[in-house]
Design a protein around this ligand. Structure first.
Ligand SMILES: CC(C)(COP(=O)(O)OP(=O)(O)OC[C@H]1O[C@@H](n2cnc3c(N)ncnc32)[C@H](O)[C@@H]1OP(=O)(O)O)[C@@H](O)C(=O)NCCC(=O)NCCS
Length: 180
């Protein structure tokens, strides 16, 4: 079965975005989890993880779609979402997380700062949202057993005053109004 990649959606319309989120949420693995952060205007950020497709690899999952709305950036929301995701993955029995990020983007700095391990670069891995590219992608992993506790003395930036909730859900419990 072929699935159209979201990067092929340029320009991404609200209808296509909603369709993608509904399909992703409704077809998600039972152990997948979706997180949203809210401020006084509504959802301001999101991230998700999906277990490896292979049934003999139940220890690992892939992180995807860390997105913080422009109004909420640089307030610690991205970090809070990743903290919540890692805690949930750990409590859900996962010991290894992987993710990829566009080379040179701010997300790469975030992952490095949060202790993710740099693996390397895949040239030309990802098409951009506007259809341009492909762009180089950086691969990271985190061993959740080794990273159980934050480094001693590491400063944690508090979430901005607007962030009032970070919540997680499985696909089956998701309120679809929360999907964006
Ligand atoms: C990447 C993204 C999720 C970061 O969210 P955020 O809530 O602004 O991030 P935080 O405020 O939690 O920042 C955490 C750390 O990331 C790094 N960082 C985040 N934004 C940065 C920026 N604009 N410039 C430099 N470093 C940045 C910093 O190290 C920061 O720590 P610090 O504030 O203590 O210096 C957000 O910029 C975004 O949604 N970008 C577009 C979508 C995207 O690229 N997603 C990643 C897909 S892999």
């Amino acid at each position: 079965m072929s699935r159209e990649h979201p990067s092929a959606f340029a320009p991404l319309s609200l209808a296509r975005a909603e369709e993608w989120w509904r399909e992703t949420l409704s077809h998600g693995h039972p152990r997948a989890a979706f997180f949203v952060a809210r401020d006084d205007q509504g959802i301001v950020g999101t991230v998700q993880f999906h277990p490896a497709w292979a049934p003999n690899q139940p220890h690992r999952a892939e992180v995807a779609k860390l997105i913080v709305h422009r109004r909420g950036r640089r307030k610690g929301i991205g970090r809070a979402l990743m903290d919540a995701l890692e805690a949930r993955a750990r409590s859900g029995g996962f010991t290894l997380l992987t993710l990829d990020a566009k080379r040179g983007e701010v997300a790469e700095r975030l992952y490095r700062k949060m202790g993710w391990n740099y693996v390397g670069v895949i040239p030309g891995y990802a098409l951009n949202v506007d259809g341009s590219g492909p762009s180089d992608t950086v691969i990271f992993y985190k061993d959740l057993q080794r990273a159980a506790e934050p480094l001693a003395g590491q400063q944690r930036k508090p979430c901005g005053p607007g962030l009032n909730r970070t919540s997680a859900t499985t696909p089956h419990k998701t309120d679809r109004d929360d999907a964006f």
